[in-house]
Design a protein around this ligand. Structure first.
Ligand code: UDP
Length: 258
């Protein structure tokens, strides 16, 4: 089964946001923890979670269980950070896949480790691999695109096992990637597996991250919406998330005061 044991988890501060156990560790501590896990041992699942995944998990029992059992959930979205502060938990700021990955890839590069990447279109995957190899020349990058048939799955799993990477980066989109990791992590025995959403497209250069100004203003969501207007439907979940957090906050407050 995925997940940490109780004693270990007790050492790591958690902010339950709508029941999802987000880590409140500072960015540097999160990096140190994942780097230590990459050395080997029990396979770990890291989830960089935004309000969308929290809301989806409320309606999807399997995803809910996966989030409960994940080894580390970081706040990939300012919504989660604000929610944690509203609930009275200290949370420094966002910890996104884009911020975490360079640190992990740097370490893999120093050690000459293998990293397996699964996801994105074949064109995007191919371009990302070229760019990543340019940036981290001592990493052995393996992987493939994320559009495969069910019957190809055993071959993909066998390939990942054969390469024994230190890191498995899965970019199949929110939910699907977390489920893939949870389903296979113990069989694959990769030390650290992370769902990275559209990061392969970012490394490929086909999708740009919001410029620093937008990120500093906590408006990355707006930038993405303007660049990819088709995402508006997905972002409707943000006010629903805010409302649910407010309800949770004041319901609990009232109950505690009774
Ligand atoms: N993707 C994939 N296989 C699929 C569905 C999606 O490889 O079956 C990829 C898609 O090409 C893109 C990424 O998953 O690179 C999802 O990106 P998005 O920014 O939508 O991530 P999310 O916000 O869902 O985490």
């Amino acid at each position: 089964m995925s997940g940490t044991n109780g004693a270990e988890q007790a050492k790591r501060p958690i902010a339950p946001i709508l029941g999802v156990p987000f880590s409140t560790l500072a960015f540097g501590d999160i990096i140190s923890l994942i780097l230590a896990w990459m050395e080997g041992g029990t396979p770990r699942q890291v989830v960089t979670a935004n309000p969308e995944i929290v809301m989806r998990a409320r309606e999807d029992e399997r995803l809910w269980t996966i989030l409960q059992q994940a080894d580390l959930i970081t706040p990939d979205g300012i919504g989660a950070v604000y929610a944690s502060r509203l609930m009275g938990y200290p949370m420094e700021g966002r910890v996104t896949g884009a911020d975490v990955l360079p640190h992990l890839l740097d370490r893999a590069n120093q050690k000459g480790w293998t990293v397996y990447i699964l996801g994105a279109s074949s064109e995007s995957f191919r371009r990302a691999l070229v760019n990543l190899t340019g940036l981290y020349s001592d990493v052995s990058f393996q992987g493939r695109d994320g559009y495969f048939k069910e019957e190809e799955l055993p071959g993909i799993l066998a390939e990942i096992r054969a390469y024994s990477p230190c890191l498995l980066l899965v970019g199949l989109g929110m939910g699907k990637q977390e489920t893939f990791i949870a389903d296979h992590m113990h069989d694959l025995r990769v030390p650290v597996s992370i769902g990275i959403g559209g990061m392969i497209d970012v490394y490929a250069g086909t999708v740009k991250r919001a410029p620093l100004f937008w990120r500093r203003m906590h408006l990355e969501w707006l930038y993405r919406l303007l660049k990819q207007p088709s995402r508006w439907r997905r972002q409707l979940v943000l006010p629903k998330f805010a409302l649910a957090v407010l309800k949770d906050r004041f319901f609990f407050k009232n109950r505690q005061e009774m």
